[in-house]
Design a protein around this ligand. Sequence first.
Ligand code: NAD
Length: 487
Amino acid sequence: MRSTTVGEPINNYIEGTWVPSSGTESLPVEDPTTRDVLHRVPLSTAVDVDAAVRAAKTAFPGWRATPAVDRARVLFRLKALLEENLNDLSESLTREHGKPVAESKGEIRRGIENVEHACGIPTLMLGSTLEDVAPGVDCETIRQPLGVFAGITPYNFPVMIPLWFWPYAVATGNTYVLKPSEQDPITHQRIVDLAAEAGLPPGVLNVVHGDRDVVNALLQHPDITGVSFVGSSEVARSIYATAAASGKRVQAFGGAKNHMVVFPDADYDYVTDAVMSSIFASTGQRCLAGSIVIGIDDAYASIRDRVVDKASALRLGSGLDPNVDMGPVISAKHAERVRGFIDSGTAEGAKLLLDGRDASVSAYPNGHWVGPTVFDEVKSDMGVGREEIFGPVASFAHARSLDDALAMMHRNQYGNATSIFTSSGRTAREFRYHAGISMIGVNIGVAAPMAFFPFGGSRGSFYGDLKAQGQDAVEFFTDKRVVISRW
Ligand code: NAD
């Protein structure tokens, strides 16, 4: 049984059963609004990882031989169960992460979209054939699953990001071991139960909780054939190198610093709303969060002043309260980190127009609050202009032209997402052509690709080649085998 008792350690999920970790240590999983301990997360060991991998390896031949339509039917049932349980799942997600329930629902919907897309696997996985590549010789490609895959996921989208991976992995006939974020692993537990209820056989999906020791054990395990990682760039780079060195397939998604470029021919009210939600939704804890607004000429002061007005009015509080705009950040440590960036921004000469460092919410004095913050006159070599803050901090930078704005973006190490706001098709095209960033919004704030398109960045935001979602997911989780026949 999955532990549902408040304050108790959660279990690992191995071969269709919730089992206690063999580790002796655990960490608290806190509600970031109240600091109440919701559960404890065990720090599992290599022994647990090995048990999960063995279960997945044992389940592989039978699952692989299950017709693709039957594998898809499990996902159809899972999709229906996720829809039925959307409200409960969203509340649970808000409790452990802090984001407003409407955002939790949005996250889960994005996850469901991936389950829906993976339901199309009988078509997505089709191979191709050419008759008579030579007289009487035919050639075909077939896609085959590869075995046991692993996923290591971050705290900021603890439901959606695992669903970027394991539904495609199992739809294509592989089996899976998931290591969720230790900061908010609870809601995904319920999804694992729903997957079992939908008919996913024991061993096909396994979960091992913990921190870097579990990750290292997964990376070193000889029976793991491929790894998907999402998290900060430094860890992404190291996981990419370690997994590749042992011959595993790997896709490693890292951090971001997303620039939003606003031209004077844009609709300022529309842009302000887009900038507001890009920067402050999820308290800035999104890899697609807008971080730097580059205003060209008059757009600079116009958007900046509107954003300061609107940001000052944002209501902080419990994400369970429908009137709240912004929840807490995930932890005391993270709140300190964000405040540290605000300190360093002021020290480096950026002008602080709105300061969220002392934010508090009287009903929740223990919450990890950082209020909306706005910096003016940010330069790309300042910490706030260069690094991923992952908090509710807007930085404004001025540019005179598209080339200026592009140069500023190109100096940054990340390449995840960017947006341009303009009514000129020519400017938008130039931007798209030269941005060198993977996810581009044109008059769209957060350009989050839907499940049938690839999701992922470039440069310091992504290590690998095949991204999440879309046909890339099918490519990542299968090998194209070529058969040449003469009869
Ligand atoms: P994180 O890197 O701290 O942790 C991510 C995962 O890696 C967790 O499961 C964690 O247990 C594990 N981990 C942490 N340190 C490790 C280490 N030294 N060795 C091995 N494993 C380790 O990231 P986070 O704070 O949970 O998430 C926020 C980060 O994720 C941000 O940088 C954000 O931009 C990034 N992110 C990127 C995308 C994307 O699509 N590029 C999407 C979401 C989040």
